[in-house]
Design a protein around this ligand. Structure first.
Ligand code: KG4
Ligand code: ZN
Length: 343
């Protein structure tokens, strides 16, 4: 009877956020996140430093999640954790912790694919707060720092990846573009912020498309590099003087590349429900572009709350919940997997 409404602890440690969440009866009770600011001075995530910070944070974060939820460890029915994709050392910390806890409590383990979890962030429900969720099948554009995927989601545990990036992720295109402009890491949110006061039509960057549903962002990144190099030759202050317009124009081209594939998928699969997920779903211009196009075409658009766009354990918890209901558990000899294609 207890299993009809499981209580699950979920752990996320794939990159630079250590996070834990408790879910009970399908309601997320909390979402504790310890962010790692240490990487900022290096201009990107340093894997070894990420692993060490996870080790330092994980016990505190898990204890806080359980205490705040008012759940004792012996009341847990399962432990969910991110198996991958992500940084191997970072994943190792979460996987080992989850295994240790499941073994100690003699409860099942549930492995979660981090990208699957980003998609299911739309189904996170809190106590006394039900948010409308997409209906199946829907199209989900998952855009993060490491991945860019367009997915046909048929059910909670059944989805088809229609296309993905063949080189950089769109989050990387934001972050690397920001670095070229002299902005600190992670630069995605700063491009977003500067672009709000900029003219997206001022400069032109190439909107390239690939066959089918795949993406490529390396060309536009190189275009920005050459653009800056040429402009700075004549005017060393060019970037500072035109920062907002450069950010707005570069961002606008990136968004166009994403919107082309969404339109194509909606049309081909005759879909009404369209969703955004992943860290780049926090981008205000992308959110606005999708909402505006949805309004124009009668699509139902779903975008998770900011807290659930970037990496968090609540999305791992909701995915673990649906896997629990289907009895999808894993063995204690499970190992972390760095690459999405190996999962
Ligand atoms: O999903 P996420 O938290 O981590 C990964 O799984 O990669 O995504 C992080 C990415 C970073 O590239 C960050 O710059 C980007 O999301 N990001 C944004 C914004 N907020 C976060 N990019 C553009 N505009 C934003 N507002
Ligand atoms: Zn992520």
């Amino acid at each position: 009877m207890r299993y009809v409404s499981p209580t699950i602890l979920a752990i996320e440690s794939s990159c630079d956020e250590t996070s834990a969440s408790v879910i009970k009866n399908g309601k997320v009770l909390n979402n504790i996140i310890a962010s790692q600011n240490i990487h900022q001075k290096y201009g990107g995530v340093v894997p070894e430093l990420a692993s060490r910070a996870h080790q330092k944070n994980i016990l505190v974060v898990v204890e806080q999640a359980l205490t705040q939820a008012g759940v004792k460890s012996d009341q847990l029915d399962a432990i969910g954790f991110t198996r991958g994709p992500g940084l191997m050392g970072a994943l190792m910390v979460g996987v080992s912790f989850a295994k240790g806890m499941a073994l100690g409590l003699n409860i099942p383990l549930i492995e979660v694919n981090h990208m699957h979890a980003h998609m299911l962030a739309h189904f996170i429900q809190k106590e006394n707060h039900d948010k409308p969720a997409p209906s199946f099948p829907f199209i989900c554009l998952t855009v993060s720092g490491g991945h860019t995927q367009i997915i046909l989601v048929n059910d909670y545990l059944n989805f088809t990846i229609l296309g993905q990036t063949q080189d950089d992720a769109v989050g990387e295109a934001f972050d690397k573009g920001a670095k070229m402009l002299g902005l600190p890491y992670p630069g995605g949110p700063l491009i977003d912020q500067n672009a709000r006061d900029g003219n997206p039509m001022r400069f032109s960057f190439p909107v390239t498309t690939m066959d089918g549903y795949d993406f490529s962002f390396s060309g536009i990144k190189t275009a920005l590099l050459y653009f800056i190099r040429d402009k700075v030759k004549d005017n060393p202050g060019f970037v500072q003087e035109n920062m907002n317009d450069i950010c707005a124009s570069y961002q606008s081209a990136l968004i166009s590349m994403l919107m082309i594939k969404i339109r194509k998928a909606v049309h081909e699969f005759n879909i009404r429900d369209v969703a955004l997920a992943g860290g780049v779903a926090a981008n205000s211009a992308l959110r606005n572009a999708l909402k505006a196009e949805g309004k124009q075409n009668g699509w139902h658009v779903y975008i998770p709350d900011f807290e659930y766009c970037t990496d968090n354990a609540a999305m791992i918890a909701i995915t673990a919940h649906y896997k629990f209901l289907k009895g999808e558990f894993c063995n204690l000899d499970v190992t972390p997997v760095a690459s999405f294609s190996d999962l």
